[in-house]
Write a protein that binds this ligand. Structure first.
Ligand SMILES: Cc1cc2nc3c(=O)[nH]c(=O)nc-3n(C[C@H](O)[C@H](O)[C@H](O)COP(=O)(O)OP(=O)(O)OC[C@H]3O[C@@H](n4cnc5c(N)ncnc54)[C@H](O)[C@@H]3O)c2cc1C
Length: 397
């Protein structure tokens, strides 16, 4: 196995590094690992940042040229994210569009859908949210009940979605709905693109443990959506959703892991300058062990991420193995937050905005945000079920 980057990849890294050194806005630098996607003003700044990245050719670099990308491989994409982490720059805001819907449309969408949506995903002119979960359909997603009734060339949608991240700042959403009410669970699901400005949609932000409202309830009441917005075949949306979820677990986990590396670097810096029991935290015998364990875990995540990427580079779709990385990432993320809290001590509970908050209060936000890591994109229990049944071949019950 060859772990080295090729000379062109190294040249690309050098190019990105110098561009980032010159261009990361001071107001966004260092906000990479605990950046808010709930605050509307922050989203405005992050949209502008994605546009700037796009202008420089750094958004959608692994997308084919015909879809507005750079036609590079996913390795360049990873190098870019690694360098953004090194530069403490935030990642592009339109994560759902870039890493979930875009690849899904390339695989299952019509030419008209690609033509209409892909370019605006790249520029962040249209931010996308994912409307899958419902009050009684989270882990058991196929239990979703939002109804779609065909009336001529339109589907009329009624129902409720929940935990829809960024719906309050998004222009569009990719939704799962049920167009065949009597069908067996997975069979009657349809994947449809919904313009969030359509009459009948109400978005209500939900305040989270972090204090911000990053996700929302979305109510749909007689929402008329063109039938041409269905992705793939009607009632066969489950296989389309599986593509989206596989990208979420695989590529997005790699991206999340790179954010985790940003946090780890920041934590190591903090450990070197914070005194605990008469030593710096980096020299305190017990904390030192815990920090070393985190560094090792991060390295394992990187290597396992490269293994998944190799699969994709070889033209294979993301497989169930992506669940290993997501599961492990969420554990490491929570350990990292806990060790940061231990190093900082009681002051770790002080929120951003107070002059007493160490490291601008970012750790208070991070520690609370990390509680959701074992829930979003598949809970840890569900991922263990997937790994047991689909990777290890254990019996279902
Ligand atoms: C920060 C955050 C952002 C999110 N963003 C989005 C979004 O943008 N779009 C979207 O559609 N959804 C989003 N979600 C929702 C997320 O996908 C769901 O929360 C998740 O799938 C779990 O569903 P649930 O909350 O209904 O919990 P439930 O499915 O009700 O699970 C409750 C508990 O029971 C356990 N459990 C359930 N079934 C089993 C089983 N068969 N075996 C063992 N244990 C089981 C679960 O692991 C969990 O601990 C987000 C969630 C979070 C936390």
């Amino acid at each position: 196995m060859d772990f080295d980057f090729t000379p062109p990849q190294q040249a690309f890294r050098a190019e990105v590094r110098s561009w980032l050194t010159a261009n990361v806005p001071a107001a966004l630098k260092g906000r990479g690992f605990a950046a808010s996607r709930g605050d509307r003003d922050a989203v405005v700044r992050l949209r502008a940042w994605q546009r700037q990245l796009y202008g420089a050719g750094y958004v959608g670099i692994d997308w084919p040229v015909e879809y507005g990308g750079r036609g590079a491989s996913i390795m360049e994409q990873v190098i870019l994210y690694e360098e953004m982490s090194r530069a403490e720059a935030p990642q592009p805001i339109n994560r759902g569009g870039l890493s979930m819907l875009g690849p899904t449309l390339m695989r299952h969408g019509t030419p008209a859908q690609r033509e209409r949506h892909l370019a605006k995903i790249l520029t962040a002119d249209e931010i996308w949210c994912q409307g899958f979960s419902e009050p009684n359909a989270g882990s058991d997603l196929a239990n979703l009940q939002t109804r779609a009734v065909l009336e001529g060339d339109w589907y009329v949608l009624n129902g409720q979605k929940v935990w829809t991240s960024m719906a309050h700042v998004s222009e569009w959403g990719f939704f799962l709905v049920r167009a065949a009410p009597g069908a067996v669970k997975h069979k009657g699901i349809t994947f449809i693109l919904v313009d969030l400005k359509t009459p009948g949609i109400s978005v209500r932000p939900l305040r989270q443990i972090t204090g911000e409202a990053e996700f929302n309830e979305v109510f749909l009441e007689n929402v008329r959506v063109p039938a041409a917005n269905v992705v793939g075949k009607v009632n066969e949306g489950w296989s389309v959703a599986i593509t989206t979820l596989a990208y979420e677990r695989d590529v997005l986990t790699m991206i999340r892991h790179i954010s985790l590396r940003t946090a780890l670097e920041r934590l190591l810096g903090l450990a070197r300058r914070t005194k605990v029991n008469g030593h710096t935290a980096a020299h305190e015998p017990v904390l030192r062990q815990k920090l070393a364990a985190l560094v090792i875990a991060e390295r394992c995540l990187a290597l396992s991420g490269y293994r998944s990427l190799t699969r994709i580079l070889n033209g294979q779709p993301p497989g169930p193995e992506g669940s290993t990385s997501k599961l492990f990432w969420s554990q490491v993320d929570q350990d990292l937050a806990e060790i940061a809290t231990e190093i900082i001590g009681p002051y770790s509970q002080i929120a951003p905005g107070s002059e007493w908050a160490p490291d601008e209060g970012q750790w208070e936000f991070y520690a609370l945000l990390a509680r959701g890591s074992g829930i979003r994109a598949g809970t840890s229990e569900i991922l263990r079920n997937i790994l047991g049944e689909r990777v290890l071949g254990l019996p279902k019950d």
